[in-house]
Design a protein around this ligand. Structure first.
Ligand SMILES: Cc1cc2nc3c(=O)[nH]c(=O)nc-3n(C[C@H](O)[C@H](O)[C@H](O)COP(=O)(O)OP(=O)(O)OC[C@H]3O[C@@H](n4cnc5c(N)ncnc54)[C@H](O)[C@@H]3O)c2cc1C
Length: 500
């Protein structure tokens, strides 16, 4: 019988709880940890392989991390791309630790080397891409990034992007050391390991319905979704890693960070191709520029994916409208039920300030298959509609804060109780790729004493060797890269052999 008063409760069985749980247990093996997941299975929401793009976001191909300079000819600011690369390195370090210590099995089941390309059309964008590559390649992280505007080279990199295209100028950058990650499989393996540890349990089909202060920690109401029976569970520390389910739970805590907080769901869809003749001819993640009105939502991309032993192509994502916060266990009443007197002003102000984005989202949601295929043909001119079908992707629930005065930030943010007894994750991007960094942030904020003690420090160093350094500094970056060959070896990432 699991203890009714564990030290730590993690709400949600996705990639964030999986990383935090595994890291905390390795940091302090005495911790009793419970995970409560509302769905009958683990990691089937945003973390599931089909619900996200599986891109190991490292700033290699995503053009929204390096916005074009306001003044033409000014240097491209690469700060965000460097930062995301450094954060992704922490994930790679933790994953190689997890493989080496038996927390997860065969890396090939959840991570593969796949070239990351940025692909643009037209003179202005080509000039920007060239300047971006020059700015990035000056940093050790991006030294291997190649640029080409030559069709023959591009045809070798990604033939589908070139064949059948008219004479318009095109260009791309390429980094061979990109990755495709099945975050769902990784999460299930990490949580499987956690659930088998002493004093730890992972419960599926258990929804946390409420949270309130109790003693020095929190009391949760946990409902068994089949029987409907509820029971109280007390814990000294709670992490709300509920993805789309996080904001309603945070609202129930009464914490000041939740005051005025509103939620805005944006669902996604992919075009998927399983025709082996087509799939065999594209081996890259090719990202285009974000559409003009899409804010910082990110650009469309044509991706090779490895899901459940099968290679497929995905194109998208296309935004679509929903009032649900979760696919599996959400309800159409999720959005209206999240309205509170203290967040209506936030919602109205955000809607008014982002009319262009709202119009873009409405247009996206209303488009039919024809216009989706037209968008695909901007990447892959010879695409045949018959080879593609539409599937649902994940729902990102954007947190809107009153303090942001209507501005939208599409990043991820950890919020916590002032006494460090609760933390929650808001936002979706760069998301799963930086889950080790997010777990580290939570540990630094809520369990600082554990990494100050010599034993805890050594354990954290073993999991994340670079955790107490700024890896983005060029000297640290260069030194770090010298050692990263070992990580690639453990994760069985062989970029040179990756291209067909
Ligand atoms: C279209 C799309 C593409 C993306 N592409 C990428 C990408 O290429 N690379 C990348 O790194 N990231 C990507 N992301 C982001 C990434 O998917 C998320 O950041 C990440 O999966 C979030 O993980 P999570 O554990 O926080 O949430 P989830 O995986 O959604 O897990 C939350 C879990 O909590 C459970 N839950 C919710 N409420 C409760 C409750 N009250 N009680 C118990 N359980 C509850 C849910 O059932 C769910 O299983 C993408 C997201 C989308 C939507």
């Amino acid at each position: 019988m699991a203890s009714p008063a564990p030290d730590v409760v993690l709400i949600g069985g996705g990639v964030m709880s999986a990383h935090l749980g595994a890291m905390l247990k390795r940091l302090d093996p005495r911790l009793a940890i419970h995970v409560y997941e509302a769905a009958p299975d683990l990691a089937r929401e945003s973390s599931d392989g089909w619900n996200n793009a599986g891109t190991g976001h490292a700033g290699l191909c995503e053009l929204n991390y390096t916005p074009p300079p306001a003044v033409a000819g000014a240097p491209v600011d690469v700060t965000k791309a460097v930062d995301i690369f450094a954060r992704f390195e922490q994930s790679r370090q933790f994953w190689s630790y997890a493989v080496a210590h038996g927390l997860v099995a065969r890396p090939a089941d959840w991570i593969r080397a796949v070239p990351h390309l940025s692909f643009v059309r037209g003179g202005d964008r080509i000039a920007f891409l060239r300047a971006r590559q020059a700015a990035l390649a000056a940093h050790p992280f991006f030294r291997s990034m190649k640029f080409t505007a030559e069709r023959d080279v591009l045809r070798r990199w990604a033939p589908l992007l070139v064949e059948g295209r008219d004479a318009e100028p095109i260009a791309a950058t390429k980094v061979d050391a990109g990755t495709d990650v099945n975050f769902g499989e990784l999460s299930r393996q990490l949580l499987g390991w956690l659930g088998a540890q002493e004093d730890c349990s992972v419960f599926t089909g258990h929804r946390v319905t409420r949270l309130h202060r109790a003693g020095e920690g929190w009391e949760l109401t946990v409902r068994h979704t089949e029987s409907g029976d509820s029971r109280p569970v007390r814990a000294r520390f709670v992490f709300i890693g509920g993805g789309g389910g996080t904001i309603p739970l945070l609202q129930s805590t009464g914490l000041s960070v939740a005051r005025g907080l509103a939620a805005f769901p944006i669902a996604g869809q992919w075009l998927v191709c399983e025709n082996p003749d087509v799939v065999a001819r594209h081996f890259a993640k090719a990202y285009g520029p974000p559409p003009r009105d899409s804010g910082a939502l990110g650009g469309p991309h044509l991706d090779v994916r490895h899901l459940h032993g099968k290679r497929v192509l995905l194109f998208g994502p296309f935004a679509t409208w929903t009032t649900k916060f979760l696919h599996g266990t959400g309800h159409f009443t999720d959005l209206p039920l999240s309205f509170r007197p203290d967040n209506l002003a936030t919602l109205i102000r955000t809607g008014a300030r982002n009319r262009v984005l709202v119009r873009f989202l409405v247009q996206q949601a209303l488009q039919g298959m024809d216009s989706r295929v037209r968008a695909l043909r901007e990447f892959y001119p010879e695409a045949r509609a018959a080879d593609w079908r539409l599937v649902e992707a994940g729902i990102r629930v954007q947190a809107l804060k009153s303090a942001d005065a209507g501005r939208l930030y599409f990043g991820t943010e950890v919020v916590s109780a002032p006494d460090g007894t609760l933390a929650a994750l808001l936002g979706a991007s760069p998301g799963a790729s930086v889950s080790a960094h997010i777990a580290l942030q939570i540990i630094q904020t809520c369990f600082p004493q554990k990494i100050r003690e010599p034993e805890g420090y050594a354990r954290m160093k073993a999991m994340l060797p670079g955790f107490d350094r700024d890896l983005g500094q060029p000297s640290a970056a260069a030194e770090h890269l010298l050692q990263s060959g070992r990580t690639d070896e453990v994760l069985q990432l062989r970029p040179a052999e990756a291209s067909p």
